[in-house]
Design a protein around this ligand. Structure first.
Ligand code: B12
Length: 255
């Protein structure tokens, strides 16, 4: 049986979903997500939605202490909260300052998850350069990818946000990286991935590095058209793709 709104074990989230999520497909998807999540993880999602730093920090720490897995906390707590924030933002129920508060709350939670997902201690599988493309300041998804990649044994150099083609090229050369990952969250900045790939071709370096791309508006077709080697839909897939591109067999080892 399909879960219903009443099955979500959190009053605040039930209210938010009922008030702000109008599209039927999104309501169904979010109801399934929240109804299946454990109540203490939904409290984390609620703290993200409310943009409350302190609770996001405390609740994430508490969830780890009671034994929830880092990946589960990330999916059912932190990312689940951001999903509703994204819809409220798109529909103009909230604006940039509120979204920034939610992003800060998410970062407060991620601070506890990071050491676990990044702990690896093995010889690096490969050196990877990661960055968000020029003109784009979104870094939450990229940072999650980096955490999981470090946890899976990659050495990752993080160029941050608003990264130009030249900065990507310089970093690949300086660190002799075999893999480059680019993130974009805006349809207006997505073409900068293609421009960066062009710049690698112009610099005669395209054959030296594998390039993977991701971010909410990016599609496998778009990745293909712009000449990327691979596309990844989420942080777990990012690790899988990275392993495939550098020729490491086996499933990613993630907490
Ligand atoms: C948080 C947020 C912000 C924050 C960013 C804070 C930060 N430090 O990142 C702030 C408030 C700054 C912001 C600003 C803006 N934003 Co904004 N933002 C968002 C929001 C709500 C969530 C993004 C997010 O963090 N998602 C959670 C993470 C976990 O998901 P993710 O980023 O998709 O990453 C996952 C995958 O995509 C993948 N992935 C990501 N990168 C990579 C890379 C590789 C290599 C691989 C393999 C995989 C991969 O793995 C990740 C983890 O699973 C989205 C809505 C949405 N639903 O996406 C809008 C959204 C992206 N923003 C939007 C807009 C319009 C803006 C602004 C232009 C608003 C304005 N008028 O100023 C500015 C632009 C600023 C700029 N120049 O970049 C639009 C974009 C519309 C479009 N199609 O272009 C969106 C979609 C909201 C909307 N529907 O209107 N934003």
């Amino acid at each position: 049986m399909m879960p219903e709104l009443a099955d979500i074990p959190n009053d605040f989230i039930r209210g938010e979903l009922d008030e702000f999520v109008e599209r039927e497909d999104e309501r169904t998807e979010l109801i399934s997500l929240y109804a299946a999540a454990e109540p203490h993880l939904l409290e984390i999602a609620a703290a993200i939605i409310a943009g409350e730093n302190g609770p996001a920090d405390e609740l994430t720490k508490g969830a780890l202490e009671r034994g929830s897995g880092a990946l589960q906390i990330m999916d059912d707590g932190l990312i689940a909260g951001m999903a509703l924030v994204g819809i409220k933002f798109r529909e103009n129920f909230i604006f940039v300052p509120e979204v920034l508060a939610c992003a800060r709350a998410m970062k407060a939670g991620m601070a506890h998850i990071e050491p676990i997902l990044s702990a690896s201690g093995v010889e690096p599988l490969a050196r990877v350069i990661m960055g968000t493309v020029k003109g784009d300041l979104h870094d939450i998804g990229k940072n999650l990818c980096i955490m999981l990649m470090r946890g899976a044994g990659f050495e990752v150099v993080d160029l941050g946000v608003d990264t130009s083609a030249d900065e990507f090229i310089d970093a690949v050369e300086e660190h002799e990286a075999s893999l480059l990952g680019m993130s974009a969250l805006l349809t207006t900045t997505m073409p900068n991935m293609g421009r960066t790939i062009e710049a690698f071709i112009d610099a005669d370096l395209r054959d030296d590095v594998k390039i993977m791309v991701g971010g909410a508006p990016v599609t496998p077709d778009f990745a293909d058209e712009m000449g990327a080697d691979a596309y990844g839909d989420n942080a777990v897939e990012c690790v899988e793709v990275a392993k495939r591109l550098v020729g490491v067999a086996g499933e990613p080892e993630i907490v």
